[in-house]
Design a protein around this ligand. Structure first.
Ligand code: UT7
Length: 321
């Protein structure tokens, strides 16, 4: 038993922030950002929440799959930027779309979150517990970004991407791998809430993302090819068998480095980071939805999905579309 993606959806907030606009806020330039990252613009929330974006993406995924919300048995929301600690984003999505029969909860593996949520959905379906799931990655990172820090504010964007998956006997998700290295947690993180109570007083916290960009860069270029090869090996496949590599959209140079290490032509690595930046857990399903709606995904095609992020976390899966 496996899972098959039957529908995709996405949602982006309407406000587009071009690199040029950032030039007026921090000491940077459109040329530097494009050359070092490949990013040209990003969407930024002017009020939309993680749950609102997630619900819109899920609604579109259901419509694409031709399914009703009441049929959904499981909703998994991957996010590292919820507005509130509770209720979880997945429960808010359930309420917004009217999926009254689903169980719903969140999962946080930062930028690898969607991938880990997809694998979790597979595990539930494989165990025979649920027959279908909505899996969504949604982020409003703009509230966690220090807009005075040029090394991070140029990278991130807001948005959501979702897939509706159903059980299948053949094809679908063929294999996956996932890894975590908590000792490297200091490389990328932030978003702390103030510890404030009568006993602690008010303690310092790190509200914004901080990052060792070079360290994350080399981790990604080193680790992602290993994950991809490991997942392909588990599926009994090799690099030539893959039609498209749908990778986390963090930096064009990272994707180029991964393609080179894998010995695969860059044309097999679709990208949308130029327009949306790094949307963390939303990046992979956002790109999948774009490819799906452009008609670039044909049944039977083999895809590799791979992501990495804070934690540090990373993983990959192989699927037949
Ligand atoms: O989902 C995972 C999230 N994180 C990532 O994916 C981050 C991965 N890392 C990266 O994408 C890259 O490391 C960055 C884009 C963050 C930085 O690129 P880099 O080529 O590694 O630059 P660098 O950090 O080595 O900095 C080179 C120079 C520095 O100046 P000096 O010390 O050489 O004078 C920086 O201060 O570029 C400077 N710099 C900037 N200059 C203009 C850093 N940010 C900027 C900026 N505009 N926005």
């Amino acid at each position: 038993m496996s899972i098959h993606i039957m529908g995709t959806g996405s949602a982006l907030p309407g406000r587009v922030v071009e690199n040029r606009e950032l030039e007026g806020m921090v000491d940077t330039s459109d040329e530097w950002i494009r050359e070092r990252t490949g990013i040209g613009s990003r969407h930024v929330s002017t009020g939309q929440t993680v749950a609102e974006l997630a619900a819109d993406a899920c609604q579109r995924a259901l419509e694409d799959a031709g399914k009703q919300a009441e049929e959904v048995e499981l909703i998994l929301a991957a996010t590292c930027s919820p507005e509130e600690a509770a209720p979880c984003v997945a429960c808010q999505v359930q309420s917004r779309i009217g999926a009254g029969n689903a169980v719903a909860f969140d999962l946080n593996a930062a930028c690898a979150g969607f991938l880990f949520a997809l694998h979790t959905a597979w595990a539930y379906v494989e165990a025979g517990i649920y027959r279908n799931a909505l899996v969504v990655g949604s982020e409003v990172l703009s509230k966690l970004v220090d807009w005075e820090d040029r090394s991070t504010c140029i990278l991130f964007g807001d948005g959501a991407g979702a897939v509706y998956v159903e059980n299948c006997q053949e094809g679908g998700l063929l294999s996956f791998v996932q890894h975590a290295d908590g000792k490297k947690g200091g490389v990328l993180g932030g978003g702390a809430r103030l510890l404030s109570n009568p006993w602690a007083g008010q303690q310092e916290c790190q509200p914004f993302f901080r990052m060792d960009g070079r360290e994350v860069f080399s981790f990604a270029v080193r680790q992602v090819p290993l994950n991809v090869e490991e997942a392909l090996g588990k599926a009994g496949l090799g690099i030539p068998d893959v039609d498209l590599f749908v990778l986390h959209q963090a930096n064009r140079r990272i994707i180029e480095g991964i393609a080179k290490r894998l010995g695969a032509d860059l044309s097999r690595f679709p990208m949308n980071l130029e327009r949306v930046g790094n949307t963390s857990s939303a990046a992979i399903p956002l790109l999948l939805d774009e490819l799906n709606r452009q008609g670039r995904l044909k049944r039977g095609m083999r895809l590799v999905l791979s992501g990495f992020g804070a934690g540090l976390t990373c993983g990959a899966c192989v699927m037949e579309w």
